[in-house]
Design a protein around this ligand. Structure first.
Ligand code: FES
Length: 74
């Protein structure tokens, strides 16, 4: 599988029991609309709620030790 074939926008890859990895052209904003400089071209967005660096993943999801049922893909 190709990591990215989209040259126009971001590609978001969901990792099971982990973050959403965002690659490509994206803009990250806070709840007020202010741009957040992530300081890197690829970011991991927390979706477990445990990160101390929200909206970015800090690896805390690994402490949960749970595995959720993977959604069906097409
Ligand atoms: S997904 Fe990594 S800390 Fe939440």
């Amino acid at each position: 599988m190709s990591e990215s074939t989209n040259t126009e926008g971001a590609v978001i890859r969901a990792y099971q029991d982990g973050p959403l990895l965002v690659r490509g052209a994206f803009e990250l904003r806070d709840e007020t609309g202010a741009v957040i400089d992530p300081g890197r071209a690829t970011i991991a967005l927390c979706r477990c709620g445990r990160s101390a660096l929200k909206p970015l993943c800090d690896g805390s999801h690994a402490l949960a030790g749970k595995r959720r049922k993977r959604p069906t893909t097409k």
